[in-house]
Design a protein around this ligand. Sequence first.
Ligand SMILES: Nc1nc2c(ncn2[C@@H]2O[C@H](COP(=O)(O)OP(=O)(O)O)[C@@H](O)[C@H]2O)c(=O)[nH]1
Ligand SMILES: [Mg+2]
Length: 321
Amino acid sequence: MVQTLFGSQEKKPGLFDRLRNAVASTKAQLVERVEGIVEGREKIDDEVFDELEAALIAADVGVKTAQEILQRLRLAVSRRQVTEARQLRGALEQEILAILENPGTQASAPKRPPEGLPEVIFVVGVNGVGKTTSIAKLAAYYAQQGRRPLLCAADTFRAAAIEQLEIWAGRLGLEMVKQKPGADPSAVIYDALAAAKKRHDDPVIVDTAGRLHTKSNLMTELEKMCRIAGREVAGAPHQVLLVLDATTGQNGLNQARQFTQRAGARGIILTKLDGTAKGGVTVAIARELGLPILFVGIGEKIDDLLPFDPKEFVASLFQSA
Ligand SMILES: Nc1nc2c(ncn2[C@@H]2O[C@H](COP(=O)(O)OP(=O)(O)O)[C@@H](O)[C@H]2O)c(=O)[nH]1
Ligand SMILES: [Mg+2]
């Protein structure tokens, strides 16, 4: 069973294997390197700790989080909970799991829409991280659960962005609300919510421009979009998902802070996990952003989106094949 945005559901067979394939490079970079450090080591000395820290940082766990983890490992050794170097592998696994399972203060349960009204999901993030692709995958995921997603093309900056979403909507047989390129994104949202209320679509998934997080006028616009949505459907947006590209590592974290503060992001979709050896960024996201990872992207195909489950993720890295 996995926890998703909307409670538990049964996993299809094969998902774990797909996750395991996607994290193979991260496993080599992180876990196999850790094994190389601890196996056959006589004593646990500073050198072991230094090498472990370097391995964590190389896998993009982040300096701060790596240091915290090391501190806890040292503590375990000084308390004699860990007495042999090879036990450090298991101890590290436990520390990583604990961080992923308790992402901390920013995390909050998604809000629920009032009975009979659509759930409104905003998808935000900088250009190229995989927002539009993830929206298509999410829509397919919800459609599979028997819901009727409506897509909203509120990235009106580029005509190509609207077309890209439209192609996905066509392939998936889903409705999409759009206006002309250059239109006010809030107006598109207004239209989409009116349509969804009338047609009983749910959820409404809103694509947004890959606005540069440093341009505060664009952040202001995102805030306006939130306000308009909230006026049309109580509590909207009920979920703001921030899309981060796993291959951008620590840079992604800085972007994310802006989106968390200004746009109220409350959950992460981590894309392109399949294309990186630095999947340790998951740990940095949980620890340093305090946001839960809700989904991971493991490819470009429509079903290459998996609900993120910390236990399964850690198992996919640490379990022997
Ligand atoms: N390998 C891989 N590629 C992805 C994933 N998600 C998105 N992409 C690719 O990333 C590129 C940018 O995606 P797009 O959705 O247009 O990004 P946007 O600008 O944020 O909307 C496209 O070529 C996608 O196919 C993923 O999980 N894995
Ligand atoms: Mg896009």
